[in-house]
Ligand binder design. Structure first.
Ligand code: CU
Length: 696
């Protein structure tokens, strides 16, 4: 594991004056270089100039944690007389790395928006290595940026090249190096860094408003079932689950429904549904089957003797034959349970109401390899009540972040947000979430890319106190040692029924937020009050700038309670459902084409070496045109503004013309095993249609 990594690297610094003199000498001795593409931006790239401490000028011995290690200058060089060597003898905690010095004279200058090809020659006896980049933020100083690729074991000198993502705004320099975190010896030499920025094709958009706002279409057909739950399957179809669909008459008649929708044909196929899976939890397992848990055992009694009751049943839905197969029961009934896939492929489910209509306090753990729910005593227990559909997001260190986003009424006591460590059996409060008791049917997303570990929680209301839903967003950086929410930008305002503009602090609950392949977040739908007053508003959030662009095209169909929106593999967004207080259900299907679909040619993935990708591996694809970036997006499994598994995993690229190697993270917590949609994005910002890839 390479994480967690403290934000401030601990460096043994050379004396400033000492290396300034040395670098001055170095540069004066070189002919003037043109600042054109292809120039190597690294100072002392061949490691031949040594500082007074005997280590190469502009390089330092860095790392953290308790481990046995040695740094050395070796005469076993790729070229010249010297290389750097780092040996880890007792790995366990932390890492070691020979890094470029974080100094204005040594750190390469960069331009925001540009991309750079970083390369080094190396030998390593361990594959527990990773190219790591820090960036100099003009406001924050030096901060960890990202990891780019693992280096396979190599006994002879081998070259590794990786292209950076676009340099973030407010960045003027970067430093990078190769980290070793397993026992072994890593030698490196002959570093290069060249500007690899590609020109953006001049493709003017002739689609008018759609170039900026995108466009919605309401399909000429309706959903065959009440689409309360939506799960995108590994074959590109969409499983829509109604169960009784919030219709007590259907429950009494035991009329439980689901359907598989094929976006390519508009066809719905009915799926025999064994129980009332209304209010269930759901998540894709690593083989692409869908684990469905809990649901509705009963509606509230007419005489008030009981409320909704949670079902214990659990099923696995197989996209290969569109059937549900029962697995063992959960340990407790679960009405509105969460479901989060872990890095090992197992699933944790929390919260909801039990068979007795009271809060369900067990941690329910599905062991993927055994295909069963563990018994109550087999799983760690905190006996904490997490609320209904608590949004539990897997962090890169394996803990779960409870975002505070939930369903029905107030948030949990205290700060309303926390970090749950299943292994240590601890819950640590997280401060800073505003209006924690008005986050009912807000929506939280792990922002693109997952490597940045930032979560945005948007809007919300409270169906019991029923204030105007608000427009607050709160942002958190989970890489911090003690993460805390900070205020984000307000959700833009739209109009209410009759075209009445929202005023004051009016915002929305029943929010939908969809990660798009261009790295932005499409925010759509919602309503102002409990099952009433739909809000017609859609915006585009950009994680890179932490801003909403208002005024995206709005779904003509109201999308309040029991509505969802999600990404299709073709890059469009599908929206379903609305269940207002009068008990009706909107069966219309809408599809949104984002602005990028009106901006010119789409890049195509024309070849793939394979679809089974191992952690830390490099995977060759071919494309038909230049590509800005590539990523994996986990398919949706969404209901009630809750899809805690939604994530966008950046794939650093090694580029050789139209052949591109995509470097998958070695950390399963960043990309839990399963089927993902692979997108590439062209230099014009237009994404490809997805190919399907199985991770892990
Ligand atoms: Cu509901």
């Amino acid at each position: 594991m390479t994480q967690p990594r403290p934000l401030l690297s601990r460096r043994n610094r050379l004396h400033i004056a000492q290396f300034l003199v040395l670098t001055l000498v170095l540069f004066l001795g070189l002919p003037e270089r043109p600042a054109s593409a292809g120039a190597n931006l690294i100072a002392n790239p061949g490691l031949e100039s040594l500082a007074a401490d005997g280590f190469p000028v502009c390089w330092e011995q860095s790392g953290w944690g308790a481990n046995g290690h040695t740094f050395a200058v070796s005469t076993d060089a790729h070229s010249g007389a010297r290389s750097m060597s780092v040996t880890l003898t007792t790995a366990g905690q932390g890492d070691r790395k020979a890094m470029m010095l974080e100094d204005t004279s040594c750190a390469p200058n960069v331009t925001p928006g540009h991309q750079y090809d970083l390369s080094a020659w190396y030998k390593t006896t361990t594959a527990n290595t990773v190219m790591t980049v820090f960036r100099h933020d003009v406001a924050q100083g030096w901060v960890y940026w990202t990891d780019l690729a693992n280096l396979p074991v190599a006994t002879g000198w081998t070259k590794q090249t990786v292209r950076t993502p676009q340099i973030p705004a407010n960045t003027d320099q970067i430093v990078w190096g190769i980290t070793i975190y397993g026992n072994g010896t890593l030698k490196t030499d002959d570093y290069t860094m060249v500007d690899a920025t590609q020109t953006v094709p001049d493709e003017s958009c002739s689609a008018g408003d759609k170039c900026v706002k995108g466009a919605w279409q309401v399909m000429p057909f309706q959903s065959s079932v009440r689409a309360v739950h939506a799960v995108v399957l590994r074959n590109g179809n969409v499983l829509l689950i109604a169960g009784s669909g919030n219709d007590p008459a259907a429950f009494a008649a035991k009329t439980f429904t689901s359907a598989v929708y094929k976006p390519g044909t508009g066809q719905f196929t009915a799926v025999p549904t064994p129980e009332d899976l209304f209010c269930s939890g759901h998540v894709q397992l690593k083989d692409g089957r869908v684990l469905v848990m809990g649901g509705n055992k009963d509606y509230p009694a007419a005489d008030g003797s009981h409320g909704y009751k949670g079902l214990k049943n659990s099923y696995v839905f197989d996209p290969a034959n569109n059937t549900y197969t029962r697995v063992n029961d959960m340990t407790a009934g679960s009405w509105y349970p969460s479901a989060t896939a872990l890095g090992n492929g197992d699933v944790i489910s929390l919260g909801g109401l039990g068979e007795d209509s009271h809060g369900m306090v067990a941690t329910q753990y599905f062991d993927e390899s055994e295909n069963r729910w563990l018994g109550i005593g087999e799983a760690n227990q905190t006996w904490n009540f997490w609320g209904l559909y608590p949004s539990m997001i897997l962090m890169q260190d394996g803990r779960l972040f409870y975002t505070g986003s939930h369903v029905f009424g107030n948030g949990t006591p205290g700060t309303g947000s926390s970090i749950y460590d299943y292994g240590a059996n601890t819950i640590t409060p997280v401060p800073g979430l505003r209006k924690k008791d008005e986050r009912d049917q807000s929506m939280s997303v792990l922002l693109p890319p997952a490597q940045d570990q930032k979560v945005l929680t948007m809007g919300g209301g409270n169906i019991e106190t029923n204030p105007d839903a608000h427009r607050l967003t709160d942002l958190i950086d989970l890489k911090q040692a003690s993460p805390a929410y900070t205020a984000g930008p307000a959700i833009p305002q739209g109009t209410l029924t009759g075209g009445v503009p929202q005023t004051g602090d009016q915002g929305k609950m029943y929010v939908s937020a969809v990660l798009l392949p261009d790295g932005k977040v499409f925010e759509t739908g919602g309503a102002l009050h409990n099952r009433a007053d739909p809000v017609y508003e859609a915006s585009m959030y950009d994680p890179a700038t932490n801003t909403f662009t208002p005024g995206m095209a709005t779904d003509p169909v109201p999308r309040g309670y029991h509505s969802s929106a999600f990404l299709l593999p073709d890059g469009r967004v599908m929206a379903v459902g609305d269940n207002p207080g009068n008990g009706t259900f909107d069966m219309r299907v809408s599809v949104y084409s984002p602005p990028y679909l009106f901006k010119g040619a789409r890049p195509q993935i024309t070849g793939m070496a394979g679809t089974n990708w191992a952690y830390g591996s490099s995977n060759r694809i071919t494309v038909d045109s230049p590509v800005l970036k590539a990523e994996l997006i986990r398919p949706a499994a969404v209901t009630h503004s809750s899809d805690p598994n939604q994530r966008f995993v950046d794939l650093p690229m090694t580029v050789d013309g139209n052949a591109i190697d995509l470097n998958l993270t070695s950390n399963p917590n960043l990309a839990p095993p399963g089927w993902y949609m692979l997108f590439v994005v062209g230099t014009n910002g237009v994404p490809s249609v997805a190919k399907w890839v199985k991770v892990g």
